[in-house]
Design a protein around this ligand. Structure first.
Ligand SMILES: Nc1ncnc2c1ncn2[C@@H]1O[C@H](COP(=O)(O)OP(=O)(O)O)[C@@H](O)[C@H]1O
Ligand SMILES: [Mg+2]
Length: 239
């Protein structure tokens, strides 16, 4: 069982997309997967998974005693389970309380992915504190890499979770000087995958389907297989 926090100090780099598509990939490998939306106030996974209309409860309701955790779970048509984010912050949202909420779910799921918000506030801290693995998502540009490195420094000071790096929206025509190996050094995390810029992924932002045969869809599926321990070769030259 793995609890994976998907983080970066920056918004718009693809954390929610990563959770959705890697979640679908794990599901396709017959692994029970739970995605937890940690973006308090700006949730997005319900939309990306096509279950926005079905959300009634969220994990904030569980921590505030309004419902049992299982009542707040939703199953998306793709098979992935979702625990939606609360709309408002509360002082009750502590790392200890959140960890206790996740505990009973660990026997039902092989993978729990925590989709962190931008910044390093409550959602980020709860995710990092409860995870055994942190994936830093970055786009290939310097600003995003710096944000991932800052997030990694903060996480290193908080936990001894395994640190992984995912590079998203790589476009070999645009990012001519990008070197994955340098980025690994800057962030200080092991590379789990490089996802290319992909129109099929972008087009699905409103909750559409990403074909596993598209370049981006296939890259997310390869990451899912790496999480399952498969040795899946990297397609890009790393140096
Ligand atoms: N590999 C990709 N190729 C093209 N567009 C992408 C890719 N990954 C993410 N996007 C797009 O980037 C935008 C931000 O992604 P999102 O997952 O919401 O980022 P975050 O959760 O980090 O804020 C969305 O419009 C999404 O469709
Ligand atoms: Mg997001």
């Amino acid at each position: 069982m793995q609890t994976i926090a998907v983080v970066s100090a920056k918004g718009g780099v693809g954390k929610s997309t990563f959770c959705t598509e890697v979640g679908k990939g794990l599901c396709a490998l017959r692994k029970p997967v739970l995605l937890v939306d940690m973006d308090i106030g700006v949730r997005s996974l319900d939309l990306l998974l096509g279950v926005a209309e079905k959300v009634v409860y969220n994990w904030g309701d569980v921590l505030l005693g309004n419902c049992d955790v299982r009542k707040a779970l939703l199953r998306a048509p793709c098979g992935v389970w979702l625990l939606p984010a609360p709309l408002r912050f509360s002082e009750e949202f502590t790392a200890g309380a959140f960890a206790s909420l996740l505990e009973p779910l660990k026997k039902d799921f092989d993978y729990i992915l925590l989709d962190s918000p931008a910044g390093m506030e409550t959602g980020f801290r709860l995710s990092a504190a409860c995870a055994d693995t942190c994936v830093f998502v970055t786009t290939p540009d310097a600003v995003s890499v710096r944000a991932a490195a800052n997030a990694a420094r903060t996480v290193r000071g908080m936990t001894d979770a395994a640190l992984l790096l995912a590079v998203n929206r790589y476009d070999k025509k645009v990012h001519r000087t990008f070197c994955a190996d340098d980025t690994v050094d800057t962030v200080g995390a092991r590379l789990i995958g490089v996802v290319p810029e992909c129109a099929a992924v972008y087009a699905a932002a409103g909750g559409g389907y990403v074909s596993p045969d598209s370049k981006g869809g296939a890259a997310f599926r390869r990451i899912a297989r790496r999480f399952c321990g498969e040795q899946v070769p990297f397609r890009m030259k790393l140096l």
